[in-house]
Design a protein around this ligand. Sequence first.
Ligand code: AMP
Ligand code: ZN
Length: 113
Amino acid sequence: MDCLFCKIVAGEIPSTKVYEDEFVLAFKDINPMAPVHILVIPKQHIADSAADITPENSAAIAHIFEIIAKIAKEQGLDNGFRVVTNSGEDALQTVSHIHFHILGGKKMQEKLA
Ligand code: AMP
Ligand code: ZN
């Protein structure tokens, strides 16, 4: 499969890793929108987007959210942070391998969209 994030997991494309375990990889976004901008992905291509979350893969998604909490603490985001997942065309998703943006280190804007 020609998937950018699968290539990052495979080490074919370099990334700045922030966290890694058997199931999850987190790395810095190449085009940061906040002082802290980290992408958290399942290593396996279990879903293209949040639209594909099912009872079969939701445990992996729950694990990702545990890791998000851990990374937020490690990054010192004690004053808050945002978790964003873009799903599909209207959300301007550009990489079809489910991923969660952690955004923090500044006061966010009120508007989400
Ligand atoms: P989305 O638009 O939600 O699909 O998010 C995709 C994100 O991947 C964007 O924020 C990009 O800046 C980021 N991105 C694209 N290529 C890379 C890369 N090689 N390394 C790190 N982040 C990337
Ligand atoms: Zn993939």
